[in-house]
Unconditional design. Structure first.
Ligand SMILES: [Zn+2]
Length: 369
């Protein structure tokens, strides 16, 4: 993280100031908020988030959108001519409400709703200051007022998208699953989230049957919503891709054939290899003893790190597979989101520009932004 890339992140501060999150400046529309004074940024180097680099760029931002990209200006708000500027980063998978409570534990025992709400605000601020201007929360109902507070400008944070709920009950009938999707939409979900496999701490085997996955993905499409499918087992990944889900998260047990299938079906693939497991291990005493965070679960987590790394190296060899950037940030990980990006480059061997494109324009596309 403490690399040249980190310096580039620092130089995003001006973009953060306006929450500008257009990953392709040329494609961005001028904001309606033209009454505000435009912000003009001089960039020594501009990385546009789509794979191109421009020297001595001048970026004009009106409202929350980049309205112009040129090479000269009369007036400069922020002079970053010694720095590199890139679009605000996007994380497609965080749990913005998760935090360590008063007792230092991830279980948050004895907290009031007000204390929990403040932790959501703290996580939002930490991620914004780390260069993330949009995050998608695999969510809970308290994300809804947090999203509204950020959107209205009352609270500093990245633009927030949320699933509001997560489907984990494997006993639901296909019709009950469709009802779950409709309730999520009615209660304000931007995205639907279902668990189609166990946690990696329990081996990751498929949990929802193929027809349950198909019911969820079909109803999400019918409602015009995206759907994120948690799946470690290859069988669950295949069912999700064949059902037309938007994205598969994790995919730790996939093979070349599954990567080919996702590529052919246009399924976004969100591996999480560089932050979530490492954060659990670094904070082991804060998780140990809660639910499936037992010694056996930690063994699965530790053993999974090299397996997920080799899976990622395989996945990025599939040039037609859309590998997006999500961290699965839980308690302790918010604000460290860029570790996933640097790990992919430094340890996973992904070209740096591919990683930057993933965390900016490809993620924007996957979120429908
Ligand atoms: Zn997650």
């Amino acid at each position: 993280m403490r690399t040249r890339f980190a310096k580039a992140v620092v130089a995003t501060k001006a973009l953060l100031a306006t929450n500008a999150m257009c990953a392709g400046a040329f494609l961005c529309m001028t904001s309606l908020a033209a009454a505000q004074q435009p912000i003009v940024i001089r960039a020594g180097t501009l990385i546009d988030g789509k794979g191109s680099v421009q020297r001595n760029a001048v970026i004009t931002i009106e409202g929350s959108k980049i309205s112009r990209l040129g090479d000269r200006t009369e007036h400069t708000t922020y002079d970053f001519s010694r720095f590199t500027v890139l679009p605000g980063m996007i994380d497609t998978h965080v749990h913005i409400g998760e935090h360590f409570g008063k007792d230092g534990r991830a279980s948050n025992a004895g907290e009031t709703p007000a204390e929990q709400a403040l932790s959501g605000a703290e996580n939002a601020y930490a991620m914004l200051m780390a260069g993330f201007t949009t995050v998608q929360s695999i969510g809970r109902p308290s994300d809804v007022p947090l999203r509204a507070a950020i959107a209205s400008g009352r609270l500093a944070g990245p633009r927030l998208l949320t699933s509001v709920y997560q489907l984990t009950d494997t006993r639901l009938t296909p019709e009950e699953i469709r009802q779950f999707v409709r309730k999520s939409v009615a209660d304000g979900a931007d995205v639907i989230k279902i668990f189609a496999s166990k946690s990696i701490r329990e081996g990751g085997g498929q949990t929802l049957r193929d027809e349950q996955i198909a019911a969820a993905c079909g109803e999400a499409r019918a409602q015009g919503k995206r759907i994120w499918v948690h799946a470690h087992a290859a069988s669950a990944v295949r069912a999700a891709a064949l059902s037309g889900c938007t994205a598969v998260a994790h995919g730790s047990q996939i093979t070349d054939a599954d990567a080919d299938l996702m590529a052919a079906r246009g399924t976004y693939f969100e591996p999480n290899i560089g932050l979530v497991s490492q954060n659990y291990i670094e904070n082991k005493p804060r998780f140990l003893g809660i639910g499936n965070y037992d010694e056996a679960g930690f063994k699965f987590t530790e053993d999974g790190i090299p397996l997920k790394l080799s899976m990622f190296k395989m996945a990025i060899r599939h040039k037609d597979l859309k590998v997006i950037m999500g961290t699965d940030a839980v308690a302790g990980a918010h604000g460290q989101n860029a570790r996933e990006v640097t790990y992919r480059v430094q340890t996973g061997g992904q070209p740096a520009m591919d990683a930057i494109v993933a965390v900016t324009s490809l993620n924007a596309e996957a979120l429908g932004l």
